[in-house]
Design a protein around this ligand. Structure first.
Ligand code: 7RM
Length: 631
């Protein structure tokens, strides 16, 4: 399954396009199935209706755990590095992880969970988070992991959208020198969640929590009541494995649905190839399991390949900006997979944090989540990889399940700030506004994919029409990514960023409409418009233009009030970096906000605002420009 030469990449690519079913059928042979498929692929992008490995039966946890036990049971599966470096780290071998997963799977059953039930997981980055995820998969329950930075209201919306029956959480989480009261947040959320019957609470920070009789139970008590034998549930290849909510251009996040067979094959295949993982190596992905990167490249991808995956609870700058390098040295990390925002942040501390750190174990570097600028790419290459570790700039999305366009470490070339070439099985095309294919090299357009791949989303939970509208209706017979893209003279792809109203703040996807809705919920706010602007560390910052005529007290305080409202409604990750109070917004005569103009103002590029003649009130633009200069 592993590609070892550029020639083989070219051959595999060709084969994957000419005979995709044969290609993926062969890849899938590297996994363990209870029953084989009768058809590798049936598809239709209009509905959309996509089925991979039809008729096949499996359980992904048998692939991630059981099948490694005989030969590699004592090999570390997860190395857990706590937030506080003074605290002991924990190593789970495959044998131990298997035992814990089976035991917790029995806890889930004991609490009424069964195949098909939705389970919400809201936990810190501790091994029990991976255990909870895998335990759901073991019994065929559908996990919906919610990132620890989301607010009670966001959690409640997600729980209700998928009607979760069980919630798994912890008393609290550590994040650098802060503590986050997870159970408190869950308690607020659950007031509005009638479908939730049980809440399982892990003790982690041991902060006082309220435990509601009949609903809330402690993780540590529950595991004592069950044994560690739990046969894996037999799943159909197209049964749902998980739901993961992600932002789009509307105000409401969508529950992206991934299924068991295709997702497993795709996460495993891309992990083995992109990172060129070699047996015995230590692999460290710094993402949070609350995002797709953590699902595919901390849990399912690495474990399906019998790899050793480092799970880090903390943040890159705590207790000092040397933390990543300390972890690399401590565990002799061979592959480091992180985000451009983290690279830029660490780069800003200069070379001191690298002083005396032994990074010689590093063989492969990876980047994900947003475009990586050349400066950060070169810093990563020179200071961290010492010019010897290929950087895989991996482009993909929650919806794609796994990496789509990326170098293959040690096999295909890299190029600063380019995701380079599509992986075998991936057929990207660029189209213009009208959906016409833009052929040849040295061109730019909207990035679409014209053929299915096993890891692609199947639907958006509870609303198939929305899936169709969002991804398959913009251009006929194509999956539309929402990204703009350049294909250079060499045929290499460079993702230029979103072409819709989705922001990418520190690698986190946030819809402008979501932030606007949150700001508009603040008492007295009449209207708002949110745009992104270039931010040195975060990639994009959030700039909010707000109409708040009779503000409560002075402007600075009112801004803080608005930030508080956004934190309540969405979570701290969506807080605007800049708020500008204005008396009006630039609108067309039909009432549409001209975001193009606001974007230019937010960028500080007011020299050429383009055509403003269609504006209802051109005067408002001058006023906003003047106010923005003083911000
Ligand atoms: C994995 C992940 C997806 C969006 C995507 C892009 C952007 C991700 C890259 C990138 C440039 C990259 N999933 N994006 N990776 N842009 N180069 N290597 O991030 O669903 O949270 O976000 O992120 O805009 O559409 S995600």
């Amino acid at each position: 399954m592993q590609i070892t030469s550029f020639k083989q990449y070219e051959e595999d690519y060709k084969k994957s396009v000419e005979n995709p079913e044969q290609f993926w059928g062969e890849v899938a042979q590297n996994f363990q199935w209870r029953k084989p498929w009768f058809k590798v692929l049936s598809w239709n992008f209009n509905e959309p209706d996509i089925k991979w490995f039809e008729g096949a039966k499996l359980n992904i946890t048998e692939n991630c755990l059981d099948r490694h036990l005989a030969a590699n049971g004592d090999k570390p599966a997860i190395i857990w590095e706590p937030n506080n470096p003074e605290e002991e780290s924990v190593i789970y071998t495959y044998k131990m992880l298997h035992e814990r997963v089976c035991r917790f799977a029995n806890v889930l059953k004991r609490n009424g969970a069964k195949k098909g039930d939705r389970i919400c997981i809201y936990m810190p980055m501790v091994p029990e988070l991976a255990i909870a995820v895998l335990a759901c998969a073991r019994i065929g329950a559908v996990h919906s992991v919610i990132f620890g930075g989301f607010s009670a209201k966001s959690i409640a919306d997600r729980i209700n959208d998928s009607q979760c029956k069980v919630v798994i959480t912890a008393d609290g989480a550590y994040r650098g020198n802060k503590q986050i009261p997870l159970k408190d947040v869950i308690d607020d959320a659950l007031i509005g969640c009638p479908t939730v019957e049980k809440c399982i609470v892990l003790t982690h920070v041991r902060t006082p929590v309220s435990m509601l009789k009949g609903r809330d139970v402690w993780w540590e008590d529950e595991v004592k009541h069950v044994n560690d034998i739990c046969e894996a549930e037999e799943m159909d290849a197209e049964d749902i494995l998980f739901i993961l909510y992600t932002s789009g251009s509307t105000g409401k996040p969508k529950g992206v649905v991934h299924t068991c067979g295709g997702y497993m094959v795709y996460a495993g295949y891309t992990f083995a190839n992109v990172f060129n993982y070699q047996p015995g190596e230590v692999y460290f992905c710094t993402a949070d399991i609350g995002w797709i990167t953590g699902h595919s490249y901390i849990v399912y991808g690495p474990l399906s390949q019998g790899a050793t995956s480092v799970l880090f609870e903390g943040i890159p700058t705590y207790p000092s900006p040397s933390r990543f390098w300390d972890i690399v040295e401590k565990y002799k990390v061979n592959t480091l997979y992180t985000a451009p925002t983290a690279i830029r942040s660490l780069m800003s501390y200069g070379d001191d944090p690298l002083e005396g750190k032994d990074l010689s174990s590093i063989r492969v570097l990876g980047s994900v989540g947003e475009p990586i600028n050349e400066e950060a790419w070169h810093w990563f290459d020179e200071k961290i990889g010492h010019g010897k570790a290929p950087i895989v700039d991996t482009w993909w999305q929650t919806e794609t399940g796994g990496i789509m366009i990326s170098p293959i470490a040690t096999v295909t070339p890299t190029k600063p700030s380019f995701a380079t070439l599509p992986l075998p099985g991936i057929q990207p095309i660029l189209v213009d506004e009208n959906g016409n294919e833009i052929e040849g090299n040295g061109v730019m357009g909207n990035l679409c994919i014209k053929f299915p791949w096993p890891g692609m989303l199947r639907t958006t939970y509870g609303d198939h029409e929305r899936c169709k509208q969002t991804y398959f209706s913009t251009y006929e017979n194509l999956y539309f990514t929402g990204d703009g893209c350049l294909r250079d003279e060499d045929g290499y792809y460079r993702i230029t960023g979103r072409v819709d109203d989705v922001l990418n703040v520190s690698g986190h996807r946030i819809g402008t409409a979501e932030v606007e809705n949150a700001i508009n919920m603040h008492a007295g706010v009449v209207e708002s418009a949110v745009v992104g602007y270039p931010h040195d560390v975060k990639g994009q910052g959030i700039y909010a233009f707000v109409i708040y005529p009779d503000m409560h007290g002075e402007a600075e305080l009112s801004k803080k009030d608005i930030l508080q409202t956004v934190t309540r409604v969405i979570g701290a990750i969506a807080k605007p970096d800049k708020i500008l109070f204005v008396s009006g917004l630039p609108k067309t005569r039909s009432g549409k906000i001209m975001r193009r103009i606001l974007r230019k103002i937010a960028e500080g590029d007011t020299g050429n605002l383009g055509d403003t003649s269609t504006l209802l009130d051109p005067g408002v633009v001058e006023e906003i420009i003047e106010a923005a200069k003083k911000l």
